[in-house]
Ligand binder design. Structure first.
Ligand code: PRX
Length: 647
């Protein structure tokens, strides 16, 4: 362990505030493992208002990938996030909206949130949306994205939020897969002063989706848009005509709440399905304990609603706890790289949660833009999405947090619904770069590649040996894929896809994905998706994509392509292909490097040896491993000679 990774004991200041100290953590954790039913029943009563209690706390069969929590119970998630707070918090701020421009902000009280969500729910009902219908949401980071999600939850519709940076093709694939008949969008989004025509993207995406009968459009920028009178509804023009009351639909705990598509190592993105009861309990409870949320505090998670972090820790978790949650439309570098800290000063943010990629990007621009702003309100800093390198951790802790705030690393996944491994503030010491220890009820284990359980200080593949309420329940429309992806490799365990090590103090350190999933600026991408996008281009015969370490983004995208005809190689083709992928998938998927590969290293059975391609992209040539099993070992020489050396 080097100097940068040394242990930081629990902050005295955190100890004073938090209700969970080290002893309580150990005791509660043990109880959650020894008596899970009792533990979860108590938490469920404490955090959630149920219409009807459960018949059975949990039933889990990993052999069939069948998981249920609180079966027989009834509730409504939107009621839990809004209505139950009205008696005491009607006039308190639920959402602080900070727009792209620093002059643009608003506060939305719990009463206003209620009224806006009810109106949106009534609008959806009016357009025929019923319990169990799937609704696609493709929106900027404005309060209406929250209204739309909660309106769906209120009437029992299942939302599928598609990140606003995704392309037309990605929206179309998701609308079709979930058979959404309604899409909620905005005229355009504006981030860092840049406008993205969301409505036009939706128009193009749904042109081939015959079941889409309604597109609801929120006016954000006033951009001119094409209009289809039959199909399109202007939210701003009609919303005041709908009543601000809408009875919440009574839902079973195991009824679906949302679908969220995420990338895997093979095939098209999977629709991760979460259900009402277990998810909202887990989101609320982790939000409360991991961020140590206290009444009246301002909490800011900088994620986008299009990712799971936005679902669980901008909207569902904080609102279930009656918190004040900040919704930020912009980017960390607009109008300048001091924006995060300027917003913290302006709104007196107490808890700040962001991704290592943002921390690294801001760190590279110096301390001045941080120190210019008053950060004395901040008491807790969180990170999510990828391992944080110790240098970035130290900058976050020392410069942003003035060496007085707890830093909580939070490891989790779209599939897990909420945080599973973390350094619980006030309870677990901080080790820069370590994700920490399991949250209550969570049972991580490390296995060898062959599936042998490894004890003590070790390194291997991270699995969960039991379930927790926030766990996904299925892949939408493909339960077999759910089983195959997560439960088939190591029977009896949930396989995370991540590698991890456990140290002498039982801390978990995530070492990254062990499959073909990339993590680019905290965005999850399958190499197969990028390859499929590349081969759609008429010039390309074959493509292989790998990740390489990138100083800011965590991982960069390196592509090898074989052309239909090698004489088509040209300097112009590369940028054209980069744009082509960006258009197919979204800008965040734009390849960093594309190398021509007249041949790819394949085994005699035709399998591409990615291990070799990864080493070449990383410029690590000493350790290429055995190349003698390749059908044509000479292709490796060519690839090495023509590799692109990056900084
Ligand atoms: O590899 C892990 C990494 O992100 C993956 C999950 O990505 P996604 O489903 O998009 O969810 C991201 C936000 C929860 C994981 O398999 N990851 C996430 N958080 C961390 C992390 N790696 C290391 N440390 C983390 N704190």
């Amino acid at each position: 362990m080097n100097e940068l990774q040394k242990l930081y004991p629990v902050k005295e200041q955190a100890k004073a505030i938090t209700h969970i100290d080290s002893e309580t953590y150990e005791k509660l954790y043990q109880q959650s493992i020894d008596q899970p039913e009792q533990f979860w029943a108590e938490q469920a009563e404490k955090f959630i208002d149920w219409v009807k209690p459960w018949d059975e706390v949990t039933s889990v069969d990993y052999k069939k990938a069948e998981i249920s929590w609180f079966k027989g119970a009834q509730l409504n998630v939107s009621y839990n996030c809004i209505d139950r707070h009205l008696a005491t918090k009607a006039n308190e701020t639920a959402i602080i909206f900070e727009g792209d421009e620093p002059t643009d902000d608003t506060r939305i009280s719990y009463q206003e949130l209620h009224d806006n969500v009810c109106r949106m729910a009534n609008l959806l009902k009016d357009r025929g949306v019923k319990k169990g219908d799937n609704v696609c949401i493709y929106m900027p980071m404005i309060p209406e994205v929250g209204y739309a999600m909660l309106a769906c939850a209120r009437i029992g519709a299942v939302h599928s939020v598609v990140f606003g940076g995704f392309s037309t093709e990605s929206i179309k694939a998701r609308v079709l897969d979930a058979d959404c008949q309604v899409v909620i969008t905005a005229d355009a989004s504006v981030r860092g002063g840049r406008h993205i025509p969301l409505k036009a993207n939706v128009d193009a995406a749904v042109a081939d989706c015959k079941d889409v009968h309604t597109v609801v459009m929120v006016e954000r920028t006033g951009a001119s848009v094409n209009w289809n009178n039959e199909r399109d509804v202007n939210y701003n023009q009609v919303i005041d005509t709908y009543p601000a009351i809408c009875q919440p639909e009574i839902m079973d705990a195991e009824d679906p709440l949302f679908i969220l598509y995420t990338s895997g190592s093979t095939g098209k993105p999977k629709g991760v399905l979460h259900t009402c009861g277990g998810y909202i309990l887990y989101a609320a409870m982790t939000h409360k304990y991991v961020f140590d949320y206290q009444e009246g505090e301002v909490y800011w998670c900088t994620a986008d609603a299009g990712w799971i972090t936005g679902h669980s820790y901008i909207f569902y978790g904080p609102l279930a706890n009656g918190a004040t949650t900040l919704v930020f439309e912009g980017v960390p570098t607009y109008p300048d790289a001091g924006r995060f800290w300027q917003v913290c000063e302006k709104h007196k943010v107490n808890i700040f949660y962001t991704a290592p990629t943002a921390i690294r990007a801001l760190m590279s621009l110096g301390d001045e833009l941080v120190e210019k702003y008053d950060r004395s309100s901040i008491r807790l800093l969180g990170t999510v999405g990828e391992p944080i390198n110790p240098e970035a951790w130290h900058w976050y802790y020392e410069i942003v947090g003035q060496s007085r705030c707890s830093v909580v690393d939070t490891w989790w996944q779209t599939e897990t619904g909420g945080i599973l491994i973390t350094s619980l503030p006030g309870a677990v010491d901080m080790k820069p770069g370590a994700a920490g220890k399991p949250f209550f009820g969570v049972k991580p284990a490390i296995l060898s590649k062959e599936g042998e359980l490894l004890e003590g200080k070790t390194r291997g593949r991270l699995v969960m040996t039991g379930s927790w309420p926030g766990q996904m329940r299925t892949v939408y429309g493909d339960h077999q894929r759910f089983y195959d992806t997560y439960f088939s490799q190591y029977p009896g365990n949930y396989f995370t896809g991540d590698g991890a090590k456990r140290d002498e103090d039982d801390f978990y350190w995530i070492t990254g994905r062990i499959d073909d999933v990339l993590n680019v600026s905290g965005h999850r991408l399958g190499t197969a998706e990028i390859e499929s996008a590349l081969v759609l281009h008429p010039a390309i015969a074959e493509a292989a994509v790998v990740g390489y370490p990138h100083e800011i983004k965590g991982q960069g995208i390196y592509c090898y392509i074989t052309l239909m005809c090698s004489s088509h190689e040209s300097d112009e083709l590369i940028p054209e292909l980069q744009e082509f992928v960006a258009k197919e998938l979204g800008r965040f998927a734009k390849p960093d490097y594309i190398q021509y590969a007249p041949g790819l290293p394949k085994t005699r059975s035709g399998k591409i040896m990615r291990r070799i391609l990864r080493k070449i992209a990383e410029n690590e040539l000493e350790n290429l491993g055995d190349t003698s099993t390749l059908a044509d070992p000479s292709v490796v020489e060519h690839l090495i000679e023509n590799r692109i050396i990056h900084e």
